[in-house]
Ligand binder design. Structure first.
Ligand code: SAH
Length: 394
């Protein structure tokens, strides 16, 4: 098979030689023919030196690299990459574990498959394409998934309407590529939950908070817990298992609150310790008392682009300031940012300003990040996005 060739400007190959998986449009000298968005292209440097093969894109990232070797991108390629990722999840003891069947199988660049996300919930894999190339490859990827996971896999749901580049105008519709069971109960660290991949946010559950939820469980004993931005209630049912005295879950979405109630009952039926409220975070925080001694703040990404960074940092500062003001002495605050454009340093600075405003003594107990099934490719530091601090407030 012959591919269109992307030829780089002189001296623009350095990042590729360091295995960074993106080629920016500004680095390109010429392209042979007219590749369409999503096509496989080969990338060459000076003296016709082969550098990479990847998916062509329209926009500032022009190519997302699939391999730095001149290989064929066929069914075997997809099987090999998926098998490698699955093997890692077994090493991490997230797959083939009686206590856990929820994990991220493919984390884009972190699994050397830029533009592809696959989360596994029990018998269902939810696949999300962030690039046209991955969208075009969805059927062969599904075939490879079935081959690697075997009969444990019953459904593959493709959910990319919201993540594909809007301008590509693909008219992609979400739906099953394999199987078609609607409802599934999945398990994380022995706790059960329903996943609504059809209507839920992202792929249906925030798999990336697993380890942080475990840490919360560890501190929950006898505490009064506020789980702000609870979504499907992950932190809430861990807090319950950890022996919390009471757990209040808050989210502005009524749908999220009903899922939280369903999930808490699934694990702790009729347990009077839990209550959930559909309310805006700031409203709730302003009017609540000083009764909580364990607060979780896990807001949605306040900044999706660099140009709104300042506002986002203000948002984190304001939110955390109320928590510092209201948390009981001896309280523990779990505070997060999942905005990729907000750096660890900037987030910490926003939380620092909030703490200073409250005038309380605050110590950092833990610095948190994303779990091992959301690995960061060392050549692609942009892959690190989740930041969290656990703070002890006197
Ligand atoms: N902590 C969750 C994930 C949080 S996602 C988990 O572990 O699964 C962010 C959540 O914030 C979403 O569920 C969204 O509905 C909610 N949200 C967004 N804006 C909000 C607001 N102003 N007040 C309260 N909740 C809000």
């Amino acid at each position: 098979m012959t591919y269109h060739k992307v030829i780089l400007k002189p001296k623009k190959e350095d990042s590729l030689l360091r295995f960074h998986p993106w080629i920016f449009s500004g680095a390109i000298q010429s392209i042979t023919g007219e590749p369409e968005e999503g096509d496989l292209v080969e990338v060459y440097g000076a003296n016709n030196r082969f550098l990479a093969i990847g998916h062509y894109q329209i926009g500032s990232i022009a190519v997302r690299v699939l391999s730095f070797q001149p290989i064929t991108i066929d069914l075997d390629f997809w099987k090999e990459r998926i098998a490698t990722a699955y093997h890692l999840r077994k090493i991490l003891r997230l797959a083939e574990n009686d206590n856990n069947n929820t994990y991220r199988l493919i984390h884009g660049e972190g699994d050397n498959l830029p533009g592809l996300i696959i989360d596994v919930y029990a018998h269902t894999a939810v696949m999300q394409a962030h690039s046209v190339g991955m969208h075009h490859a969805r059927h062969i990827i599904a075939e490879a998934l079935v081959a690697v996971l075997g009969p444990q896999l019953k459904n593959i749901y493709y959910k990319s309407e919201a993540t594909l580049p809007y301008k590509a105008n693909l008219g992609s519709e979400d739906g099953y590529l394999y199987g078609g069971d609607i409802e599934d109960v999945a398990m994380e660290n022995g706790l059960k939950f329903y996943v609504d991949w059809l209507k839920g946010q992202k792929t249906g559950f925030f798999v990336d908070q697993r380890e942080n939820r475990s840490l919360l469980e560890y501190y929950a004993k006898d505490r009064s817990v506020l789980n702000m931005f609870c979504y499907t209630g992950g932190f809430s049912f861990y807090a319950m298992r950890g022996g919390a005295q009471l757990v209040h879950s808050v989210d502005s979405s009524a749908k999220a609150i009903s899922l939280t109630n369903k999930n808490v009952s699934l694990n702790f039926p009729e347990d009077p310790r839990h209550a959930a409220y559909a309310e805006d975070a700031f409203k709730y925080l302003e009017k609540m008392g000083h009764n909580y001694d364990l607060i979780i703040l896990d807001p949605p990404a306040f900044a999706k682009h660099k140009n709104v960074l300042r506002n986002a940092l203000q948002g984190y500062r304001k939110l955390n300031a109320i928590a510092f003001e209201k948390i009981k002495p001896g309280g523990i605050l779990f505070t997060f940012s999942c905005s990729q454009v907000v750096s660890k340093e900037n987030f910490r600075l926003a939380v620092f300003s909030a703490a200073a405003q409250s005038g309380r003594s605050v110590r950092i107990l833990h610095q948190l990040t994303q779990p091992a099934d959301h690995p960061v490719n060392i050549y692609h530091p942009e892959g690190e996005y989740l930041k969290g601090l656990v703070l002890y407030v006197e």
